[in-house]
Design a protein around this ligand. Structure first.
Ligand code: NAP
Length: 306
């Protein structure tokens, strides 16, 4: 694989940045990788792991001379980081991000970037419930999607170049418009996380009644929910604060369906339940056929599973 950027700056050194650094190294995509994170502890761990060629103490220092800057911080601080780095960006460089919400990040970051800098937002659809620099691994993005979400007036060459980087990292690349991205992700990721958080919260309330039975006899369905509900609280708080409209829209539809199923159970309407579950089973089959999961039972225990 050939080098795509001379110097890549990673702001934030958690799961996503760590995995990007390892995957870029694997394929020789960057001449130099410079990284930084908020706390000295994270920077020290990243240095110990050898994630980057250079670790620096400030966001401003990290972006100097970089031809690609990737914001790998929680969605809620993207705007503040953009203000910090803006005066230090090299003319003609590309600024991208990996945030799980796109409309809010574009609104928070875009206005602060100087003319001549290319802003190409992106979102790799891959992750685990783990966070921090130790959780990264080079294969995280292999055969997953990375959505590029160019803004109005984005430079085609800058978009194509970032696409080359993500393909080199191992991902399949698609281009999507921001509002559409936020609605699709509300269906496929954000609302399912909220439902998992709720179900685990309900079980936790019940545990106070049934003592430790919920943990002891934890069945596969509940265990899968607990894996999702173990995801980083900061990241997910920011997702719901910034993808408010799309999440509320999908949550409204979810509630209607839930009431219909509740009614079917109350009325003993087995046909409704059977037809509903048959329809949903087919969706699982199409995800497996699309190569986005395997049907091997792993009870949510494989740490590298998306
Ligand atoms: P993470 O493991 O918690 O890492 C976040 C990193 O950001 C940490 O290194 C943190 O530093 C750093 N940070 C926070 N505020 C900062 C600031 N003001 N300046 C510099 N660094 C700062 O998070 P992650 O899972 O990699 O997620 C990062 C982004 O990727 C988020 O926007 C998230 O929405 C998106 N994303 C996540 C997933 C997923 O499944 N996890 C999937 C796709 C996209 P400290 O450690 O020092 O606090």
């Amino acid at each position: 694989m050939t080098q795509v950027y001379e110097r890549v700056a990673l702001i934030g050194l958690g799961l996503i940045a760590g995995s990007m650094a390892l995957a870029m190294r694997r394929a020789g995509l960057a001449g130099e990788i410079v990284g930084t994170a908020r706390s000295p502890e994270t920077r020290a761990i990243a240095a110990e792991l050898g994630l980057c060629d250079r670790i620096v103490a400030t966001n401003a220092e990290a972006v100097e001379g970089a031809d690609l800057v990737v914001l790998c911080v929680p969605v809620g601080v993207m705007g503040a980081v953009a203000i910090e780095i803006a005066p230090h960006l090299a003319p003609g460089c590309t600024v991208s991000d990996v945030g799980s919400v796109k409309g809010a990040v574009i609104a928070a970051v875009g206005p602060h970037l100087p003319a001549g800098v290319h802003f190409v937002p992106a979102h790799p659809l891959a992750g685990t419930e783990h966070s921090g620099p130790r959780s990264g691994f080079a294969e995280l993005f292999d055969n997953r999607w990375c959505l590029l979400v160019p803004i109005e007036g984005s430079d085609d060459a800058a978009v194509a170049r970032l696409g080359r980087l993500w393909r080199g990292i191992g991902a399949n690349v698609d281009v999507m418009e921001a509002d559409h991205h936020d609605l699709v992700l509300a269906v496929t990721s954000h609302t399912p996380h909220l439902i998992a958080y709720t179900m685990v919260g309900v079980a936790d309330d019940l545990r106070r009644v049934t003592d430790s039975e919920v943990i002891k006899y934890s069945a596969a369905g509940f265990r899968d929910f607990t894996r999702i509900a173990a995801s980083d609280p900061t990241m997910w708080r920011d997702v719901f604060l910034t993808n408010k409209d799309a999440t509320l829209e999908i949550l409204g539809r979810f509630t209607e369906e839930l009431f219909a199923l509740q009614r079917a159970i109350r009325k003993g309407d087995g046909q409704h339940l059977f037809e509903y579950f048959t329809r949903t089973r087919a969706i699982r089959r199409s995800i497996i056929e699309a190569g986005q999961d395997t049907d091997a039972p792993d009870f949510g225990r494989n740490p590298k599973k998306i």
